[in-house]
Design a protein around this ligand. Structure first.
Ligand SMILES: Nc1nc2c(ncn2[C@@H]2O[C@H](COP(=O)(O)OP(=O)(O)OP(=O)(O)O)[C@@H](O)[C@H]2O)c(=O)[nH]1
Ligand SMILES: [Mg+2]
Length: 773
């Protein structure tokens, strides 16, 4: 709990008429994981006296813990003013519905039982997932531009499309106010650090407008920074295009901002940069006083320590949180431009969802684009960065085939580039595997399969889902070379890279699984070029080739819901080997982490910069996410355990009867793998995060984890968390490792049982019934 007494104050809102109340909510954690989330709510009055009375009401509630419970709400409503009661109690009863559930309520995702195949798009950022999605839903690359594409890190929200006859319907869900506030806090902090480092205004603005994860981009909402005020939109994006017409195409649906609006946005940005400089100056001064030297001149480790203290002091200041709340207000204000009758606000006034239903395709695209566009003339009004998910339904069929295909297409964030295939795929993606019929790996055909797509193959195979795998190669148009004159030469060239990839994974996947994938791979790979263009604009032969490939791919999707023949042969396992598999997984999980934390050396894994470890720590401590960028402890534990156990499952010591062929054996074992993978997702979150939330919070910013030496101490705390979450089963078992081993063994045994297999000690198995194929 915070040491300060909780008190409220009133202020005039910058972006809204009337008075607001600011207070720290004693029962809400802030994004650092500490109680006392700083909040600001409108009071709905212009009268100063009335606002003052409301502040008094709030101070009564804040001053007496007896009021701090949801059951007191009714009594509070009788005694205090309504806006105050809402501001305080809505937050206790929060328990926000997950955004997927909200979307489900308005547009359900049909399943195989309804004749629908669900296709999940997975692949490196920039591979062409969204471009391909556009082809399948008949969205014009120039006129519709929905959903958005660009060279990298474009898609941020979950995008789900349901093909269906009838009207066009859309439901959009948003990141919570808390999440957006945390993002803004990080942007403001980063801008202040730039100011602290003496950067020019443009650089400070850049840090404010572009979050370091390259996903949360405030410039979409606030507009771009201009050195000189200007009334015409300027494309200040850095990507230099070699494509003549890329930016020239007139956008039929674009609404360009008025000159006044643009000037207003620029003026506002200038003021924010000034405020950032002011608050930075104050913190630098007080920190220099505290430390007895000018912090701006420090270097090396002292500088790191000073930066950490700077960040902490900054985050404590009221003028910092005022800045954050004013920016949050700006974001909220942009909702004024969307049709308000379609908007549903949550109890705190933060948008919960937006809906639209219409028969008019043009209207549909025009509206939805406020939530998904990355079109620069619209910067200053777009809501894209705070959109968490967009689900649309309607007659969204490919232009070349209007027969009503029944597909649910799921696109989302691309994978980052990773140095090696052992980096785990985020659990945000792997947890969807059980619920889809096709996992479509989208990859750029110009280069051999890189580490990120290889890690997708690893994750899909070890979790028993490889029968759902398909691969779409994009950029086929850009494979050039005299030795590859025809489409079929090019295809052979690309397929060779797939075979290479599978060979390189044999050790991790186990030979049977690698073979199982290889067996049907020809029918599962599709070669697509010019995915970003209208089919009609491609040269004749290419256009024809592309149509055929797309049609075959869509036919593959639709067949994916036909149930495979159930395997009859059942594997029987000896439990002895399981302990070894689990032990190996723990080693493979912990060794690279020790290297990342700088506590040991391990192969090619390098020590992570302290700011990245701290960013991971912040996300977990504030319950914002389980991971940060490529730092994914939960996904790592899931992957390593899934892979080791998958290898163990490869080798039952007998079968109830000889499997007819390798396919039957593979199908029987994959059943079990799927059960294991599903359960491991839950256990890993529980062990790494939930059971150690307090440790994560302590490591984030209790006093001993601040300043000189804090990086090392934080590393030790993380090691402690991992050691307890996944203790090494060893010759001499501790109680902790015995419990861990027992829990994981329980999962494997249950999955074997539920997947149709059995467990028996090899010695007690009696005569061998049948051999593994
Ligand atoms: N030449 C060529 N360019 C393509 C092809 N497919 C996609 N592109 C371009 O590649 C870039 C990335 O495409 P996107 O569809 O946005 O990629 P994505 O996989 O959705 O990327 P994220 O959303 O960042 O994960 C865009 O500039 C596309 O125009 C293709 O087949 N050929
Ligand atoms: Mg995309």
């Amino acid at each position: 709990m915070s040491d300060e007494p909780y008190t409220a104050s009133k202020s005039r809102s910058q972006n809204r008429p009337g008075w607001s109340i600011s207070f720290r909510h004693p029962l809400r954690h802030d994004s650092r994981g500490k109680s006392g989330l700083k909040m600001r709510r409108g009071l709905g009055t212009n009268e100063e006296d009335e606002a003052a009375r409301m502040v008094e009401d709030m101070n009564v509630i804040l001053g007496d813990q007896a009021w701090w419970s949801a059951v007191k709400r009714a009594e509070a409503e009788k005694r205090f003013s309504k806006p105050v009661v809402n501001a305080f109690y809505d937050e206790i009863q929060a328990g926000r519905e997950p955004p997927e559930t909200l979307r489900d309520r308005h547009i359900a995702l049909p399943s195989a039982a309804d004749g629908y195949a669900k296709v999940l798009f997975v692949g490196t950022t920039g591979a062409g997932k969204t471009s391909l999605l556009r082809q399948i839903i008949g969205s014009d690359p120039d006129e519709d531009r929905f959903p958005s594409t660009a060279p990298a890190k474009t898609t941020i929200a979950d995008i789900e499309v349901v093909q269906s006859d009838g009207s066009y319907k859309a439901v959009v869900t948003f990141f919570s106010e808390f999440q957006v506030q945390a993002y803004i806090e990080e942007c403001v902090t980063s801008a202040c650090i730039a100011a602290f480092e003496g950067a020019a205004d443009a650089r400070v603005a850049e840090r404010l407008l572009h979050h370091s994860d390259q996903k949360f981009r405030l410039n979409y909402v606030l507009g771009t920074w201009q050195e000189e005020p200007t009334q015409t939109p300027t494309d200040t994006d850095d990507d230099v295009s070699f494509d003549n017409d890329e930016k020239e195409v007139a956008d039929a649906h674009a609404t360009v901002l008025t000159p006044e609006e643009m000037l207003r946005n620029q003026e506002a940005l200038r003021t924010y940069v000034e405020r950032i400089r002011n608050v930075t100056g104050i913190v630098v001064m007080s920190l220099s006083d505290q430390l007895g030297e000018n912090v701006v001149r420090l270097t090396g480790a002292d500088r790191d320590a000073a930066e950490e203290l700077f960040e902490f002091d900054l985050n404590q200041r009221d003028d910092f949180s005022d800045l954050v709340h004013d920016l949050l207000g700006e974001v909220k204000q942009r909702f004024d431009y969307v049709a308000s009758n379609n908007l549903v606000l949550g109890p705190s006034g933060w948008p919960e969802l937006w809906m639209l239903e219409t028969d008019d395709r043009t209207e549909f695209i025009r509206h939805i684009r406020w939530f998904s566009s990355n079109y620069w003339p619209e910067f200053g009004r777009l809501l894209t960065p705070i959109v968490q998910g967009i689900r649309v339904r309607g007659p969204l069929y490919p232009v070349f085939d209007q027969t009503a295909t029944k597909l649910v297409l799921i696109d989302g964030q691309g994978l980052g580039h990773t140095p090696d295939s052992s980096s785990s795929i985020t659990t945000h993606i792997t947890r969807l595997f059980p619920n889809v019929d096709v996992i479509l790996l989208v990859d750029n055909a110009q280069q051999p399969m890189q580490a990120a797509p290889l890690s997708v193959l690893r994750a899909v195979a070890s979790s028993g889902h490889h029968s759902k795998l398909a691969v779409a190669f994009t950029h086929f148009d850009q494979i050039k070379g005299k030795s590859l004159p025809s489409f079929s030469d090019k295809r052979t060239h690309v397929m060779a890279s797939v075979t290479n990839a599978l060979t390189s994974l044999k050790d991790v996947l186990g030979a049977p699984v690698a073979k199982a994938i290889e067996r049907g791979i020809e029918e599962r790979c599709f070669m697509l070029g010019g995915v970003d263009k209208r089919l009609d604009d491609l040269p004749g032969k290419a256009s024809e080739y592309m149509r055929t490939q797309l049609s075959q791919m869509i036919a593959f999707f639709q067949r994916a819901i036909l149930p495979p023949p159930p395997p009859e042969a059942r594997p029987i396992y000896d439990p002895t080997g399981m302990g070894f598999a689990i032990r190996e997984a723990v080693i493979k999980f912990s060794e690279p982490w020790l290297a990342r934390l700088g506590l040991a050396a391990h192969n090619n894994v390098h020590r992570e910069h302290w700011t990245r470890i701290k960013a991971l720590n912040r996300r977990i401590a504030g319950e914002l996410d389980l991971e940060y960028d490529s730092l994914r402890p939960v996904a790592d534990l899931v992957s390593r355990l899934t892979e080791s156990i998958s290898l163990y499952l490869d080798k039952p010591f007998v079968w109830t009867r000889d499997p007819n062929d390798e396919q039957e054996a593979d199908a029987a074992i994959s059943n079990i793998r799927r059960g294991v993978s599903l359960a491991l997702h839950e256990v890993a979150v529980k062990r790494v995060i939930e059971q150690h939330l307090n440790d994560w919070r302590t490591a984030y910013d209790s006093p001993e984890y601040r300043g000189t030496g804090s990086t090392y101490r934080r590393a030790l705390m993380l090691r402690h968390i991992y050691d307890e979450a996944a203790p090494l089963p060893d010759t001499v078992m501790t109680q902790l490792s015995a419990a861990f081993l027992g829990e994981i063994r329980g999962i494997v045994e249950r999955s074997i049982d539920e997947g149709g297999g059995a467990i028996r000690l090899e010695t007690s198995a009696g005569p061998k019934l049948a051999k593994a194929p």
